[in-house]
Design a protein around this ligand. Structure first.
Ligand SMILES: Nc1ncnc2c1ncn2[C@@H]1O[C@H](COP(=O)(O)OP(=O)(O)O)[C@@H](O)[C@H]1O
Ligand SMILES: [Mg+2]
Length: 251
Protein backbone atom coordinates (compact mmCIF):
# COMPACT_ATOMS: atom_id res chain seq x y z
CA UNK A 1 0.00 0.00 0.00
CA UNK A 2 1.45 3.36 -0.98
CA UNK A 3 0.30 6.95 -0.68
CA UNK A 4 -0.02 7.01 -4.47
CA UNK A 5 -3.68 6.13 -4.30
CA UNK A 6 -4.39 9.13 -2.11
CA UNK A 7 -4.81 12.15 -4.34
CA UNK A 8 -2.36 15.08 -4.05
CA UNK A 9 -2.29 18.67 -5.30
CA UNK A 10 1.17 20.15 -5.49
CA UNK A 11 0.71 23.82 -6.27
CA UNK A 12 0.57 25.95 -3.12
CA UNK A 13 -0.75 28.79 -5.30
CA UNK A 14 -3.77 26.82 -6.53
CA UNK A 15 -4.56 25.51 -3.03
CA UNK A 16 -4.33 29.03 -1.59
CA UNK A 17 -6.66 30.39 -4.26
CA UNK A 18 -9.21 27.66 -3.54
CA UNK A 19 -9.05 28.38 0.21
CA UNK A 20 -9.46 32.12 -0.30
CA UNK A 21 -12.90 31.57 -1.82
CA UNK A 22 -14.20 30.58 1.63
CA UNK A 23 -15.06 33.64 3.74
CA UNK A 24 -14.54 31.93 7.08
CA UNK A 25 -11.14 30.46 6.10
CA UNK A 26 -9.79 33.62 4.42
CA UNK A 27 -8.91 35.46 7.68
CA UNK A 28 -6.52 32.62 8.55
CA UNK A 29 -4.49 32.91 5.34
CA UNK A 30 -1.46 35.19 5.37
CA UNK A 31 -1.09 37.44 2.31
CA UNK A 32 0.44 35.24 -0.43
CA UNK A 33 1.48 36.43 -3.89
CA UNK A 34 3.57 35.29 -6.83
CA UNK A 35 7.28 36.06 -6.71
CA UNK A 36 8.24 39.06 -8.83
CA UNK A 37 10.12 42.32 -8.24
CA UNK A 38 6.99 44.40 -7.57
CA UNK A 39 5.50 41.97 -5.07
CA UNK A 40 8.89 41.51 -3.42
CA UNK A 41 9.34 45.24 -2.93
CA UNK A 42 5.84 45.95 -1.71
CA UNK A 43 5.57 42.91 0.57
CA UNK A 44 8.94 43.38 2.25
CA UNK A 45 8.16 47.05 2.82
CA UNK A 46 4.75 46.27 4.23
CA UNK A 47 5.53 43.21 6.38
CA UNK A 48 9.27 43.68 7.04
CA UNK A 49 9.70 39.89 7.18
CA UNK A 50 8.57 37.51 4.45
CA UNK A 51 8.95 33.90 3.38
CA UNK A 52 9.82 33.13 -0.22
CA UNK A 53 9.14 29.55 -1.24
CA UNK A 54 8.79 27.23 -4.22
CA UNK A 55 5.21 27.02 -5.49
CA UNK A 56 5.51 23.22 -5.56
CA UNK A 57 8.08 22.56 -2.84
CA UNK A 58 8.18 19.96 -0.08
CA UNK A 59 10.19 19.17 3.08
CA UNK A 60 11.14 22.84 3.51
CA UNK A 61 13.48 22.65 0.51
CA UNK A 62 14.29 25.98 -1.12
CA UNK A 63 12.43 28.00 1.52
CA UNK A 64 13.89 31.47 2.17
CA UNK A 65 13.24 33.87 5.06
CA UNK A 66 13.92 37.51 4.17
CA UNK A 67 13.93 40.73 6.19
CA UNK A 68 14.39 44.43 5.61
CA UNK A 69 16.34 46.21 8.34
CA UNK A 70 16.15 49.59 6.59
CA UNK A 71 16.29 50.94 3.01
CA UNK A 72 20.04 50.18 2.87
CA UNK A 73 19.99 46.82 4.56
CA UNK A 74 18.29 43.62 3.44
CA UNK A 75 19.00 40.07 4.52
CA UNK A 76 17.83 36.57 3.75
CA UNK A 77 18.46 33.08 5.04
CA UNK A 78 18.26 29.77 3.19
CA UNK A 79 19.16 26.57 5.05
CA UNK A 80 22.00 27.71 7.32
CA UNK A 81 23.31 30.47 5.02
CA UNK A 82 22.66 34.11 5.88
CA UNK A 83 23.29 36.79 3.22
CA UNK A 84 23.24 40.58 3.56
CA UNK A 85 22.70 43.30 0.93
CA UNK A 86 23.03 47.06 0.82
CA UNK A 87 20.23 47.73 -1.67
CA UNK A 88 16.96 46.31 -2.88
CA UNK A 89 18.49 45.77 -6.33
CA UNK A 90 21.32 43.59 -4.99
CA UNK A 91 18.90 41.69 -2.76
CA UNK A 92 16.52 41.06 -5.66
CA UNK A 93 19.35 40.05 -8.02
CA UNK A 94 20.63 37.45 -5.57
CA UNK A 95 17.17 35.97 -5.14
CA UNK A 96 16.66 35.79 -8.93
CA UNK A 97 19.97 33.92 -9.28
CA UNK A 98 18.85 31.39 -6.69
CA UNK A 99 15.29 30.99 -7.96
CA UNK A 100 16.20 30.93 -11.66
CA UNK A 101 13.18 30.07 -13.82
CA UNK A 102 11.32 28.19 -11.08
CA UNK A 103 7.95 29.39 -9.82
CA UNK A 104 8.10 30.89 -6.33
CA UNK A 105 5.63 32.53 -3.96
CA UNK A 106 6.05 35.25 -1.37
CA UNK A 107 4.13 35.03 1.90
CA UNK A 108 3.81 37.42 4.80
CA UNK A 109 6.21 36.14 7.46
CA UNK A 110 4.85 34.91 10.75
CA UNK A 111 7.16 35.46 13.72
CA UNK A 112 6.74 31.90 14.93
CA UNK A 113 6.67 31.28 18.68
CA UNK A 114 9.86 29.79 20.08
CA UNK A 115 10.76 27.03 22.49
CA UNK A 116 14.36 26.90 23.75
CA UNK A 117 15.24 29.58 21.16
CA UNK A 118 13.90 27.46 18.29
CA UNK A 119 10.90 28.25 16.14
CA UNK A 120 7.97 25.89 16.11
CA UNK A 121 4.74 25.47 14.18
CA UNK A 122 1.83 23.05 14.30
CA UNK A 123 0.67 20.28 11.98
CA UNK A 124 -3.05 19.51 12.04
CA UNK A 125 -3.99 16.16 10.51
CA UNK A 126 -7.55 15.84 9.22
CA UNK A 127 -8.85 12.59 7.74
CA UNK A 128 -12.02 10.85 6.68
CA UNK A 129 -12.67 8.37 9.49
CA UNK A 130 -14.02 4.82 8.98
CA UNK A 131 -17.54 6.23 9.46
CA UNK A 132 -16.97 8.47 6.43
CA UNK A 133 -16.83 11.72 8.43
CA UNK A 134 -14.00 14.30 8.45
CA UNK A 135 -12.17 14.16 11.78
CA UNK A 136 -9.13 15.98 13.16
CA UNK A 137 -7.07 12.93 14.07
CA UNK A 138 -3.84 14.52 15.22
CA UNK A 139 -2.33 17.85 16.26
CA UNK A 140 1.41 17.94 16.73
CA UNK A 141 4.13 20.55 17.17
CA UNK A 142 7.27 20.69 15.04
CA UNK A 143 10.30 22.29 16.61
CA UNK A 144 12.75 23.64 14.04
CA UNK A 145 16.48 22.98 14.03
CA UNK A 146 18.34 25.75 15.90
CA UNK A 147 20.08 27.16 12.81
CA UNK A 148 17.23 26.73 10.33
CA UNK A 149 14.18 28.74 9.34
CA UNK A 150 11.88 25.78 8.61
CA UNK A 151 10.37 23.26 11.01
CA UNK A 152 9.98 20.28 8.64
CA UNK A 153 10.94 16.86 9.96
CA UNK A 154 12.99 16.27 6.79
CA UNK A 155 14.93 19.47 7.51
CA UNK A 156 15.89 18.53 11.05
CA UNK A 157 12.65 19.52 12.81
CA UNK A 158 11.56 17.59 15.87
CA UNK A 159 7.95 16.44 16.31
CA UNK A 160 6.76 17.24 19.85
CA UNK A 161 3.48 17.36 21.72
CA UNK A 162 1.87 20.77 21.49
CA UNK A 163 1.36 20.79 25.26
CA UNK A 164 5.12 20.78 25.83
CA UNK A 165 5.63 23.62 23.31
CA UNK A 166 2.73 25.82 24.40
CA UNK A 167 3.15 25.41 28.16
CA UNK A 168 5.28 28.54 28.52
CA UNK A 169 3.11 30.60 26.17
CA UNK A 170 -0.47 29.72 27.14
CA UNK A 171 -2.49 28.80 30.20
CA UNK A 172 -4.26 25.43 30.31
CA UNK A 173 -7.55 27.15 29.42
CA UNK A 174 -6.01 28.99 26.47
CA UNK A 175 -4.42 25.76 25.23
CA UNK A 176 -7.77 24.03 25.38
CA UNK A 177 -9.37 26.87 23.40
CA UNK A 178 -6.63 26.78 20.74
CA UNK A 179 -6.93 23.02 20.45
CA UNK A 180 -10.65 23.35 19.75
CA UNK A 181 -10.04 26.17 17.28
CA UNK A 182 -7.49 24.09 15.34
CA UNK A 183 -9.78 21.06 15.38
CA UNK A 184 -12.66 23.05 13.87
CA UNK A 185 -10.47 24.97 11.41
CA UNK A 186 -8.95 21.72 10.11
CA UNK A 187 -12.35 20.20 9.41
CA UNK A 188 -13.58 23.41 7.78
CA UNK A 189 -10.56 23.42 5.43
CA UNK A 190 -11.00 19.73 4.56
CA UNK A 191 -14.70 20.13 3.79
CA UNK A 192 -14.06 23.19 1.67
CA UNK A 193 -11.23 21.59 -0.33
CA UNK A 194 -13.35 18.52 -0.91
CA UNK A 195 -15.84 20.60 -2.89
CA UNK A 196 -13.09 21.15 -5.49
CA UNK A 197 -11.30 17.83 -4.95
CA UNK A 198 -13.91 15.17 -4.12
CA UNK A 199 -11.31 12.41 -3.86
CA UNK A 200 -9.41 13.93 -0.94
CA UNK A 201 -9.34 11.68 2.13
CA UNK A 202 -6.71 13.41 4.25
CA UNK A 203 -4.95 16.76 4.63
CA UNK A 204 -2.20 18.10 6.88
CA UNK A 205 -2.42 21.80 7.67
CA UNK A 206 0.76 23.66 8.67
CA UNK A 207 -0.28 26.32 11.15
CA UNK A 208 1.93 29.16 12.39
CA UNK A 209 1.40 30.99 15.67
CA UNK A 210 2.95 34.29 16.66
CA UNK A 211 2.62 36.22 19.94
CA UNK A 212 -1.04 36.95 19.22
CA UNK A 213 -1.64 33.17 19.06
CA UNK A 214 -4.16 33.53 16.27
CA UNK A 215 -3.60 30.58 13.89
CA UNK A 216 -2.22 31.36 10.43
CA UNK A 217 -2.35 28.77 7.66
CA UNK A 218 1.17 28.36 6.24
CA UNK A 219 0.15 25.65 3.78
CA UNK A 220 -2.14 22.68 3.30
CA UNK A 221 -0.52 19.35 2.42
CA UNK A 222 -2.60 16.86 0.51
CA UNK A 223 -0.31 13.90 1.14
CA UNK A 224 0.77 14.50 4.74
CA UNK A 225 3.31 12.24 6.43
CA UNK A 226 1.49 10.15 9.07
CA UNK A 227 4.73 8.90 10.64
CA UNK A 228 5.61 12.11 12.49
CA UNK A 229 2.87 11.07 14.92
CA UNK A 230 4.83 7.91 15.66
CA UNK A 231 7.62 10.08 17.08
CA UNK A 232 5.58 10.85 20.21
CA UNK A 233 5.74 8.62 23.27
CA UNK A 234 1.97 8.63 23.47
CA UNK A 235 0.86 6.49 20.50
CA UNK A 236 -2.88 7.24 20.72
CA UNK A 237 -2.83 9.91 17.96
CA UNK A 238 -0.63 7.72 15.75
CA UNK A 239 -3.07 4.84 16.08
CA UNK A 240 -6.02 7.06 15.17
CA UNK A 241 -4.16 8.47 12.15
CA UNK A 242 -3.23 5.00 10.90
CA UNK A 243 -6.76 3.60 11.41
CA UNK A 244 -8.21 6.32 9.16
CA UNK A 245 -5.42 5.93 6.65
CA UNK A 246 -5.96 2.19 6.31
CA UNK A 247 -9.72 2.68 5.96
CA UNK A 248 -9.20 5.29 3.19
CA UNK A 249 -6.72 3.16 1.27
CA UNK A 250 -9.14 0.21 1.25
CA UNK A 251 -11.87 2.26 -0.47
N1 LIG B 1 4.89 32.64 6.07
C1 LIG B 1 5.65 31.95 6.90
N2 LIG B 1 5.94 32.44 8.14
C2 LIG B 1 6.70 31.73 9.01
N3 LIG B 1 7.24 30.53 8.74
C3 LIG B 1 7.00 30.00 7.51
C4 LIG B 1 6.20 30.67 6.54
N4 LIG B 1 6.15 29.92 5.42
C5 LIG B 1 6.89 28.82 5.68
N5 LIG B 1 7.41 28.86 6.94
C6 LIG B 1 8.27 27.83 7.58
O1 LIG B 1 8.82 27.02 6.56
C7 LIG B 1 8.29 25.68 6.64
C8 LIG B 1 8.11 25.12 5.24
O2 LIG B 1 7.18 25.90 4.52
P1 LIG B 1 5.93 25.27 3.79
O3 LIG B 1 5.18 26.38 3.15
O4 LIG B 1 5.18 24.40 4.73
O5 LIG B 1 6.62 24.40 2.62
P2 LIG B 1 6.96 22.84 2.50
O6 LIG B 1 5.99 22.32 1.48
O7 LIG B 1 8.37 22.78 2.03
O8 LIG B 1 6.74 22.21 3.85
C9 LIG B 1 7.02 25.82 7.47
O9 LIG B 1 6.68 24.63 8.14
C10 LIG B 1 7.42 26.91 8.45
O10 LIG B 1 8.25 26.39 9.48
MG1 LIG C 1 4.97 22.34 4.96
Amino acid sequence: MTAKRLIAVQSKWIKTKVLLTNKSIKPFIPDTRKFNANNLRSMINQYRMIYIKPECGTYGNGVIRAEIINEQSYTYQIEEKILKFKSFTEFHKSLIKRIKKRRYLIQKGIHLLKHNHRRFDIRVMVQVNPKGKWETTGIIGRLGHARKIVTNYHSGGKPMSIESLLRTHLSKGEQHHLHKELDTLGIKIAKHLQKTYPKFRQIGVDVGLDKTVSPQIIEVNTSPDPYIFNQLKDKSMYRRVMTCRRASLKK
